[in-house]
Design a protein around this ligand. Structure first.
Ligand SMILES: Cc1cc2nc3c(=O)[nH]c(=O)nc-3n(C[C@H](O)[C@H](O)[C@H](O)COP(=O)(O)O)c2cc1C
Length: 192
């Protein structure tokens, strides 16, 4: 079995996919499962994953500025941040914190979350949490030898409309998947 670090090395942002190579439903299910298992602060999992369907695809691609990674992708998954649900008094937070407490006391966690919660930054914070789920999906894709490209360069209003999002959700990231049309380009990281 490959070292995880080797698989991390395999991933790169692919900007052009081979167009007639589909991503199977099983692949999509595995990508979603990898995202679902991602960590989140307070165990709040403030995300929803939208597998972009044929009726949404053209508008989603337009919202992503017709980036080639999107236009050539075999599958697109949008990660959407839950915002209003993060109010400390919401049923959503109550349920998630009960799960986070497992069999222990929920009150200290609830108190800590209430002290932490700031409605002026919660949207950006929720988007940041979504990026953990995204990282899991990107690495799962690399493990399956699938290419991927995170796409944060989108028009959020157009993307929310394309995905028909309710007002209390905001798009965090789109990820394009497929068989990459070219091998990994050389890269230089800090400290290389
Ligand atoms: C949150 C996020 C948003 C990104 N948005 C875009 C994007 O809109 N378009 C794009 O081509 N690449 C996008 N990327 C990919 C980065 O440009 C890429 O990861 C970076 O250049 C490093 O290259 P590598 O992923 O091939 O190692 C994004 C990456 C992240 C993490």
């Amino acid at each position: 079995m490959a070292d995880l670090l080797d698989e991390i090395q395999l991933r790169y942002a692919c900007r052009a996919f081979v167009e007639d190579q589909p991503v199977t439903l099983v692949d999509v299910a595995l990508l979603l499962e990898a995202g679902r298992l991602a960590p989140s602060a307070f165990g709040l999992e403030p995300w929803r994953f939208v597998v972009v369907d044929d009726s949404q695809r053209a508008a989603v691609i337009r919202a992503c500025g017709d980036q080639p990674a999107a236009t050539t992708s075999a599958a697109l998954i949008a990660i959407v941040a839950l915002v209003d649900a993060l109010d400390p008094d919401s049923d959503y937070v109550r349920d998630r914190l009960l799960a986070e407490a497992r069999d222990g006391e929920v009150a200290p966690i609830a108190q800590a979350y209430r002290a932490f919660y700031d409605p002026t930054v919660i949207k950006a914070w929720a988007i940041g949490q979504c990026h953990f789920a995204a990282a899991h999906m990107l690495l799962q894709a690399a493990h399956m030898e699938l290419g991927s490209c995170p796409i944060g360069g989108f028009d959020p209003v157009a993307l929310a409309a394309a995905l028909d999002l309710p007002a209390d959700e905001t798009p965090a990231l789109v990820i394009a998947f497929g068989r990459c049309a070219y091998p990994a380009p050389p890269r230089r990281r800090k400290l290389d």
